[in-house]
Design a protein around this ligand. Sequence first.
Ligand code: IYR
Length: 221
Amino acid sequence: MTKKFIPFSKPIDLTRSEMLRRSAEFYEFMKSRRTIREFSNEEVSQEVIDNCLKTAGTAPSGANQQPWYFVIIRDSSIKAQIREAAEEEERNFYAGRAGDSWLEALEPLGTNADKPFLETAPVLIAIFEQKYAIDEQGNKTKHYYAKESVGIATGVLITALHNVGLVTITHTPSPMNFLTKILKRPEGEKPFLLLVVGHPAEDVEVPDIDKKSLKDISSQF
Ligand code: IYR
């Protein structure tokens, strides 16, 4: 393929003080995001979800291969199937498959095998990683850095949803192969995570946990 370049113009141009103010404001806003495990049944418009998905689709990816696929689930019978399959895996996980140290790490979060949010939340977004593309002749094209790319797109999606006041939980029942079957996804795609989206239940509480300090997550030369 021949390369083609077009001019780029800076989307925003800020003074030093505007830059400082915006960076601090955005930090404050992002700090207010919390993972929520109890949802109300308040609806979320598809237009909003579509805009957030388009935002996720702007993420950078290896060789611009955009190796992500999002399945939106609103149908209650599909949600029920997903909940049943996820809870089966979770029961095994909490009954021992996780191992003692993993369960100990989860203790402060108060999680368990029951996942009612998979049915109460209005929207589930199953995110798939396309490990390779496959054309009509069955030829496979490997995707480079697929997992990293889907991870970045998922981060952008979570940020976009937070930006409109929606709450999420990144749910990762393990293994998640049941999503491929229930959602009839093709070969080459691997479930990456299940993002549960909606509004928080009334009076919901969150774990009293902190984020690491700047000093603990960074250093300078
Ligand atoms: N998938 C399980 C366990 C779990 C694992 C991690 I790592 C978490 O941060 C939270 C939960 C569950 O959803 O309960």
